[in-house]
Design a protein around this ligand. Structure first.
Ligand SMILES: Nc1ncnc2c1ncn2[C@@H]1O[C@H](COP(=O)(O)OP(=O)(O)OP(=O)(O)O)[C@@H](O)[C@H]1O
Length: 332
């Protein structure tokens, strides 16, 4: 989903007065039972369906989910662009609106307005001048990896460089928390790497970062913690290893040799069964127990045990079967 908001986009900085760092309390982010529904042609979409999430200061957290999972809506609630139908959202102990107005939050949403025909340094200097306690312009440029391009016109930059200018805009006011909605969508591998280097430099200063992504590897490589979202709900929350375990950490596969797959889901440890090309793929959180039982019933032809990748885990968690329903839309 694409949305823009006034003070987070390049060329449209906030002119509000900040009181950053004074009187902030509590975790960086706290969602409690947050729900957001949208009405559309007689249907209700529960875009955020009861999210409880606490992010401590200094954490780097990835919100990972497929298209339409509810990531942008969650971020919209976080930034006060939308209000929850029920539940609460707090940033640094304040309502999103107050936290944003106090300049505690910097954001980079999926698309900004066209970037003006000024140099990188001119833009960042202007944005920084609207805050009472901004980062020094050279520091903002360095953190975003844009020092070498400071005197280039923004409309002459590559997509990856433009994205890093937008990052520099988001951090120019020296926010405590930065929120990035799919920041590397449409960037090539090299530009992605450069972007994540910049993000990590910012995080190393003790700042809190929340970013959304479709890309597992990006979440695994760049976040301390991955929150898997699907159909507006949190399905798993933790490190890559935690996510693997939540989905059933290992895969045991075996030739069915014409025997029916019925009952395999009842074997010890098994949390999911898939049958493909005459083989049963058993997702299990206790591969030893699963294999022992397969041996006991004589089903060991072509048996294999694999660790299970993070991608397998993500797919298992977010498949329609895992969600237990085909749609999150309901007819009113
Ligand atoms: N303003 C709106 N009106 C109606 N439906 C909406 C609105 N915003 C979001 N939705 C719906 O809510 C659900 C969640 O959308 P959202 O944009 O939050 O997902 P997402 O995970 O950010 O997806 P993407 O990765 O494609 O950006 C989708 O079904 C979407 O169509």
């Amino acid at each position: 989903m694409t949305r823009t908001t006034g003070n987070q986009q390049a060329g449209a900085p906030s002119t509000g007065v900040r009181t950053k760092g004074i009187g902030t309390t509590g975790p960086a982010v706290c969602f409690a039972a947050a729900v957001k529904t949208f009405g559309r042609a007689g249907r209700t979409v529960r875009a955020v369906d009861g999210i409880d999430l606490t992010i401590e200061r200094g954490e780097t957290v990835a919100l990972l989910g497929r298209n339409g999972a509810g990531k942008s809506t969650t971020i919209g609630l976080l930034l006060g662009l939308d209000t929850p139908d029920s539940g609460t959202v707090r940033l640094l102990g304040r309502t999103p609106d107050r936290a944003v107005r106090a300049g505690l939050v910097g954001a980079m949403l999926q698309e900004g307005r066209p970037i003006p025909r000024v140099t990188v340094r001119e833009l960042i200097t202007f944005v920084a001048s609207t805050y009472p306690r901004p980062l020094p312009v050279d520091e903002a440029l360095a953190l975003a990896g844009m020092t070498a391009f400071a005197d280039r016109r923004i409309d002459k930059l590559s997509g990856g460089q433009t994205q890093r200018v937008r990052f520099a805009v988001a951090l120019a006011g020296d926010p405590e928390l930065i929120v990035l909605d799919e920041p590397t969508a449409a960037l090539d591998v090299e530009a992605r790497r450069a972007f994540w280097d910049s993000m990590r430099s910012f995080a190393r200063r003790g700042n809190t970062v929340l970013f959304s992504t479709h890309h597992l590897e990006e979440a695994d490589e760049n976040a301390d913690r991955i929150v898997v979202v699907d159909r507006g709900r949190i399905l798993a929350d933790g490190t890559g290893d935690t996510i693997r375990r939540a989905a059933g950490g290992s895969l045991v596969s075996v030739d069915l040799a014409d025997r029916p797959a019925d009952g395999l889901e009842l074997l010890p440890g098994v949390v999911g069964v898939d049958v493909r090309g005459g083989r049963a793929l058993l997702r299990t959180d206790d591969p030893d127990a699963t294999v022992v039982e397969l041996a006991r019933i004589g089903a060991v032809r072509g048996i294999r045990v694999d660790g299970g990748t993070l991608e397998d885990a993500f797919l298992a968690l977010t498949s329609p079967e895992a969600a237990g329903t085909d749609t999150k839309e309901s007819v009113r």
